[in-house]
Design a protein. Structure first.
Length: 312
């Protein structure tokens, strides 16, 4: 268990190795630590939030959040367990290498500008959200490339990638929701004065910005799914229509061929001297007649047009 003091000793940040029974047991000896939080560590919860506001001036919030999640593997995640009061912040050990926007040294330097543990915790949440934003920037580049491939190389692979990106956007939303909940819980538990803190305001704006970006990209992905559905439906209709026209055009060949292939003895056409050319003429006239009928009804227009200029 490691402990550091900040802002001239006004508040402390304690790191606990939750995988160590000794560290977890030593939490009972720390002042102002809720037993419910210690019990939740044993349950290995990865998303929870509770608070105790029964005693004025001794408010607490505690819980767990996921601050790293692999979009492809559900088990590949990193969880932060925390307990927060006015003067103390207790967290599980943090993998600072997952923070894309800052280093451990810079984070500790920023922590020393926080007047209390609440402000310090908001700095920590702000850096987590900043890491999310950098990950979302990479997601944005993939999305822009996908947007143009929907037009130029639209196929089943593109649809699969749209669904992958949609799943990834839902992962980002799922990561951000607990952090937004903590922001509201901090205001609820520690009264409205915390909202005037500099670091709280900055983190509040950062969370809001991240939410707005994710929501816009998620809406864009929904539009792309709708567009892909329309394109697929249109293509399906064109295929069915083409097959129907072909079937109808070859109906005379099929019908006359089936009739004259029966070869009953009472069929006089079989013995006609000019039966074969007459049969060909009848089949040709029937086919041409059906074709002109379909064309007059304009049922063959899109089937016979050259699709090279189609954009989708």
């Amino acid at each position: 268990m490691d402990k550091q003091s900040f802002y001239k000793g006004e508040w402390e940040w304690t790191f606990v190795d939750v995988s160590s029974d000794q560290d977890v047991a030593s939490l009972h000896n720390l002042p102002k630590v809720k037993k419910k939080w210690i019990e939740s560590l044993k349950e290995e919860q990865n998303s929870s939030l509770e608070m105790d506001t029964s005693e004025e001036g001794e408010e607490f919030i505690w819980g767990s959040i996921v601050y790293y999640q692999d979009a492809e593997d559900q088990s590949e995640q990193t969880v932060l367990h925390y307990s927060l009061s006015q003067e103390t912040l207790i967290t599980s050990k943090i993998d600072f290498s997952l923070f894309r926007a800052t280093s451990e040294e810079q984070l500790m330097k920023n922590m020393d500008t926080a007047e209390n543990a609440i402000e310090g915790f908001m700095i920590l949440l702000g850096e987590i959200v900043a890491s999310f934003l950098q990950g979302i920037d990479e997601f944005e580049n993939q999305l822009q490339d996908l947007l143009w491939r929907v037009k130029s190389k639209n196929n089943e692979n593109v649809l699969d990638e749209i669904m992958d990106r949609r799943h990834e956007s839902l992962v980002w939303i799922n990561l951000l929701i607990p952090i937004a909940e903590i922001r509201s819980a901090v205001q609820e538990a520690f009264d409205g004065e915390v909202s005037s803190g500099r670091h709280f305001r900055r983190t509040h704006r950062r969370i809001t910005r991240c939410q707005e970006i994710i929501d816009k990209y998620d809406a864009q992905l929904r539009e792309m799914v709708d567009l892909e559905t329309v394109i697929s439906s249109h293509r399906g209709n064109e295929i069915v229509k083409t097959l129907t026209v072909i079937t109808v055009l070859f109906a005379p060949v099929t019908a006359w061929g089936a009739i004259w292939a029966m070869r009953f003895e009472t069929m006089p056409e079989i013995k006609w001297k000019f039966g074969y050319p007459i049969a060909l003429i009848v089949i040709a006239l029937s086919t041409v007649g059906i074709y002109y009928y379909l064309k007059k009804k304009r049922w063959t227009d899109s089937v016979l047009k050259n699709p090279e200029n189609r954009k989708f």
